[in-house]
Design a binder for this molecule. Structure first.
Ligand code: IYR
Length: 224
């Protein structure tokens, strides 16, 4: 490792060159698996294996990121009392959002998703992963600035959601706003800013999801 030192490259040994047919098959199989991912709001209380969570967080930690500073931290919450406090704080902010702060246009945009200020999944689901973005790093007394923090943590979060789905777990990307309370409840330092709360578990047997579709290719691609 030469992190932070001079450039001393090593040969690339991990890249696999594949035949075109195999590439197409792999790309389509991966797409088809991801098409089965749904954001789930109703969870079973069944516990999930820590080894799976650990491997998925390790997968997230491979994300490309600014200057390889890896400006992220993941807090895995299983404790019922901690979950209860997170729910109480999140619902307080969300109530204010839905009742006062959200402009009508935003509420209209959300209407078809059936979301509201009640967040029982924050207690029901066996695991919450609070993702923090490190705006800077402390090296002793020195503040070391991080780069492209939002992009980096966003990419890592995408990989985490994908890894959890691939492993057989459902997630919900929850964005209580503001979520500064997570630093207090989870005892995180002030160089870390809460980025997003990921709810993780198995869907409840009778879980319902909104009837939505994704834009087809010709609406999200252009070619030049
Ligand atoms: N943060 C709120 C509202 C919300 C906002 C968007 I944009 C969504 O796609 C879903 C919900 C909440 O979590 O309910």
């Amino acid at each position: 490792m030469t992190d932070g030192g001079p450039y001393r490259p090593v040969p690339l040994t991990t890249f696999t060159r594949r035949e075109e047919g195999e590439m197409v098959r792999r790309a389509r199989a991966f797409r088809d698996d991801l098409r089965c991912r749904r954001t789930v709001r109703e969870y079973s209380e069944e516990p999930v294996p820590q080894k799976v969570i650990d491997a998925c967080i390790e997968a997230a930690g491979t994300a490309p990121n600014g200057a390889n500073r890896q400006p992220w931290h993941f807090v895995v919450v299983r404790d019922a009392e901690v979950k209860r406090r997170i729910r109480a704080e999140a619902e307080k902010e969300e109530r204010d959002f839905y009742e006062h702060r959200a402009p009508d246009a935003w509420l209209e945009a959300l209407a078809h998703l059936g979301t509201d200020e009640h967040k029982p999944f924050l207690e029901m689901a066996p695991v919450l992963i609070a993702i923090f973005a490190e705006s800077y790093e402390m090296r002793g007394e020195e503040k070391l600035k991080n780069y492209y923090v939002t992009e980096s943590v966003g990419i890592a979060t995408g990989i985490l959601i994908t890894a959890l789905h691939h492993a057989g777990l459902a997630t919900l990307t929850h964005t209580p706003s503001p979520m500064g309370f997570l630093n207090k409840v989870l005892d995180r330092p002030s160089n870390e800013r809460p980025f997003l709360l990921l709810v993780v578990g198995y869907p409840a047997d009778d879980a319902l999801v909104p009837d939505i579709t994704k834009k087809p290719l010709d609406r999200i691609i252009s070619r030049r």
